[in-house]
Design a protein around this ligand. Structure first.
Ligand SMILES: O=C(O)CCC(=O)C(=O)O
Ligand SMILES: [Fe+2]
Length: 357
């Protein structure tokens, strides 16, 4: 598929939302990070989160203001990019399996993610994905080139992140640690706010109905693959003129021909508005997952320890809503099949009956 994208740097209206830290701002962020303790990514608890959030109050005011504004009133692109953040003094090899890196011995990228993202809600993760880690490594994995997952290196299609999940995240952040060697990989975004005016009302009416079946991503290592964990949802919800969107270009099916026409109409309109970001080391791209779907262009992996390496973190604004799914003080949601079974008496769409002895 040929995708025509405009580079973020070339879009005039977006420049306000690309903030390159000045030398002084960068020094200030480094200074804040130096005062924070060593971090065990597998043990991020509320105590450390509060400490980081307190430290974040001292971030340069231009950064704080832009994050607060982004949360209150996201721009039409639904993204904000910070450049020239401090980077880790030495990086180990890019993890080969996309899992936790036992070798990373400094925590600048992790603290940048936490310091900035804690202005946008509470961290959230899912037990079946990336070991339930709150900060995840995104790298190409040998053998997974063609998968529709972030471990791939072929084209990764547009998707709302974890849109099938009852507690889907509100914000997704990607920080660059190492570029792919040819610097070809680009993160693509499309925002409903840039496309809604191009959709006829007939299509909008259909897209607002639960006529769309969405399947869990294969990045979720499901505990029970016998159970149908797909959901039937509307693509558009909320405000009539500024709706929220949940879409997936490869694992969403429309219920009937009319609904499919509406979905295709929306997909085409969104593809006219593609923005391309090259997330370089020291770049932090934040995406409002309620407005924006994202994708990634193909790139050539080398599997020599110097591959592209991003870290990712999710936040949720109304964190308590997911409380039933988490143990107290933890940020990781229960497995999806458990989540669905709990709701058996409610009106969730479950296609296959679940037999409980
Ligand atoms: O690699 C990227 O730029 C984005 C991959 C992706 O979709 C994700 O990590 O959620
Ligand atoms: Fe994604």
């Amino acid at each position: 598929m040929e995708i025509i994208a405009q580079n973020a740097e070339d879009i005039k209206g977006l420049q306000k939302y690309i903030l390159t830290l000045t030398k002084d701002e960068k020094v200030e962020v480094s200074r804040i990070i130096k005062q924070l303790p060593r971090l065990d990514v597998r043990q991020i608890d509320d105590k450390i989160l509060t400490r980081v959030q307190m430290a974040g109050l001292n971030l340069p005011s231009r950064i704080v203001e832009s994050l607060l504004q982004f949360k209150r009133n996201p721009n039409q692109y639904g993204t904000i990019l910070f450049r020239n953040l401090p980077t880790d003094p030495a990086l180990p090899f890019t993890p080969k399996d996309g899992g936790f890196s036992t070798e990373k011995d400094s925590f600048v990228s992790e603290y940048c993610l936490l310091l900035f993202l804690l202005f946008l809600g509470d961290p959230i993760a899912y037990e079946e994905e990336k070991e339930g880690l709150l900060i995840q490594n995104i790298c190409p994995v040998q053998g997974q080139e063609k998968k529709q997952e972030n471990t791939s290196s072929n084209y990764l299609n547009f998707h709302t992140e974890d849109g099938f999940h009852p507690y889907k995240l509100d914000y997704l952040a990607l920080i660059g640690l190492r570029s792919d060697q040819e610097r070809k990989a680009q993160t693509l975004t499309v925002s409903i706010r840039n496309a809604i005016h191009a959709i006829p009302s007939t299509a909008i009416m259909l897209l607002r109905q639960p006529l769309y079946r969405l399947h869990p991503s294969s990045s979720f290592k499901l505990m029970n693959d016998e159970m149908d964990l797909s959901v039937k949802i509307p693509v558009l919800t909320g405000h009539l003129l500024e709706p929220e969107m949940c879409i997936h270009y490869s694992s969403m099916e429309a219920e009937n021909a009319e609904a499919e026409w509406a979905l295709n109409t929306l997909k085409k309109a969104l593809l006219q508005t593609v923005v391309a970001f090259t997330v370089l080391p020291g770049d932090l791209l934040i995406i409002d997952n309620r407005l924006v779907a994202h994708a990634r262009t193909p790139f050539r992996p080398t599997y020599d320890g110097k591959d592209r390496w991003l870290q990712r973190m999710f936040t949720m604004v109304d964190f308590r809503r997911s409380g039933f799914s988490r143990s107290i003080g933890r940020h990781v949601c229960s497995p999806l099949n458990v989540e669905f079974t709990k709701n058996i008496h409610l009106s969730r769409v479950i296609r296959k009956p679940i037999i409980i002895d």
